[in-house]
Design a protein around this ligand. Structure first.
Ligand code: ATP
Length: 267
């Protein structure tokens, strides 16, 4: 069964479609990438899937997440789906973190909520052990120091690992990662990608990975959807789309990425 079924999803602002009749499915255990240049509608598609569109935007069509319709659902139903079914990691980890709360507590709160939902009783010691275990899973060093730190007291890469640990604490079926490495330097990018790939494999999670960066997407997904100006222009297995793109826009993206790689190589 498909874990995610998106049918004719459109997102509009003041009568203008920013996402236009997008359809794709994602089976359990699959890893799908959405690629496209800035402004092509990738993030709005992702936020519509979890029912978190900014005010002023409205979605039509159908998004079936684990069999539940998201479009038109009440906030209470959406809250139940978020976390339990789908968790998200965004480009800027600061959006996920409370600046005034120590990061260990933030991870702990998500873990406790997950346990409460599942009806599993737990004590303070359990939370502490779970937080350290989650921090270990995302390879955060010096767990005592980092758990006791505020978000601004750790590095950008460490903040993203904290955000990933919080997503993981939900034990989601679907992980939505929206440009999760874009704000990081190249080395940290590679480490974070490798971490995400390992966690998705270890936990058998389904992955929706959004990026404008083709080599990044190619390294982590099986299938790819190419978006341009709110519309899906091409879809297929990642190797096939990259080796023999059928749409001129995909070819342009590939040429631009190669040119960028060559420029980096020459630098
Ligand atoms: N809250 C909003 N109100 C009005 N227009 C918006 C809003 N958010 C996004 N848009 C517009 O919708 C279009 C799609 O935006 P979206 O953020 O989905 O693109 P994207 O492909 O994710 O780009 P990026 O990689 O830069 O994040 C853009 O033209 C953007 O300007």
């Amino acid at each position: 069964m498909s874990l995610l079924k998106v049918r004719d999803l459109s997102v509009a602002a003041r009568g203008r479609n920013l996402v236009d009749s997008v359809s794709f499915t994602l089976d359990a255990g699959e890893r799908l990438g959405i690629i496209g240049e800035s402004g092509s509608g990738k993030s709005l598609t992702a936020t519509a899937i979890i029912g978190l569109l900014p005010p002023g935007l409205s979605a039509t069509g159908s998004v079936l997440l684990d069999g539940h319709e998201v479009i038109g659902a009440r906030e209470g139903e959406l809250t139940a789906l978020r976390g339990a079914v789908a968790a998200t990691v965004f480009q800027d980890p600061l959006t996920a973190l409370d600046p005034l709360m120590r990061v260990g507590r933030q991870i702990g709160e998500v873990w406790e909520r997950t346990e409460r939902r599942a009806g599993r009783p737990h004590g303070k010691g359990d939370t502490r052990a779970a937080v350290f275990s989650l921090m270990d899973e995302v390879s955060l060093p010096e767990p005592e120091r980092i758990a006791g730190a505020f978000p601004h007291e750790i590095s950008g890469g460490q903040r993203q690992r904290v955000a990933i640990a919080m997503a993981l604490a939900c034990r989601p079926k679907l992980l939505i990662a929206d440009e999760p490495t874009t704000a990081l330097d190249v080395t940290t990018q590679k480490e974070t990608l490798a971490l995400l790939a390992r966690l998705v494999a270890d936990h058998g999670m389904t992955l929706l990975f959004i990026s404008h960066d083709l080599p990044v997407v190619a390294g982590i997904v099986d299938r790819v959807v190419v978006m341009r100006t709110g519309v899906v222009v091409e879809e297929g297995p990642v190797r096939q789309v990259f080796a023999t793109p059928t749409h001129a826009y995909t070819r342009e993206l590939l040429v631009a990425a190669e040119r960028f790689d060559r420029a980096l190589g020459a630098a």
